[in-house]
Design a protein around this ligand. Sequence first.
Ligand code: GRF
Length: 192
Amino acid sequence: MRIGILGSGSGSNMQAILDAIGAGTLDAEIALVLSDVPGAYILQRAENHGIPARLIDCRGFKTRFPEEAQQETADALKAAGCDLVCLAGFMRLVKQPLLDAFPDRILNIHPALLPAFPGVAAWKQAVEAGATESGCTVHYVDAGMDTGPVILQAKVPVLPDDTPESLHARIQVEEHRLYPEAIRLLQSERRL
Ligand code: GRF
């Protein structure tokens, strides 16, 4: 299975998928990494591992992820032979025509127990809401914000002295385990 990754940040979840492949616990290959953020560390990480990586430039458009850029993304993923697309810290909403190009083949990892705390900085939302438990969710991507069907979740406690950063760090440990596990689960159930 050939995976395409979209990310806007450091790419630690991409690294976790790569590590699972390297450890032989995930039968896949990362074929392409795309980022909307110039200089994002995820691009550097990919290059360090010899994975083709490039910027999808969304600057100079009126909308955050314009149709032209979504088409360019879909074309690049198809050209790389990707059969699964994993959003890993990707900060733009995927819509048409990208959604249509990979029906039921786009996954996302979200740092909360959806449907709780969708949207940005979910770890901060959880601390500010006084939640005693949070976690992470791997789900299918649909046209909404963090609304697609849930595949797997992992819980972590929110401790009384947690800051948004300390909670995010605890959630990320679980994310790095959960994302490869969710892909493996879909493969084993022949849902991919
Ligand atoms: C993760 O916490 C992910 O759940 C959220 O953004 C963060 C990305 O981290 N959507 P990384 O780029 O994978 O390190």
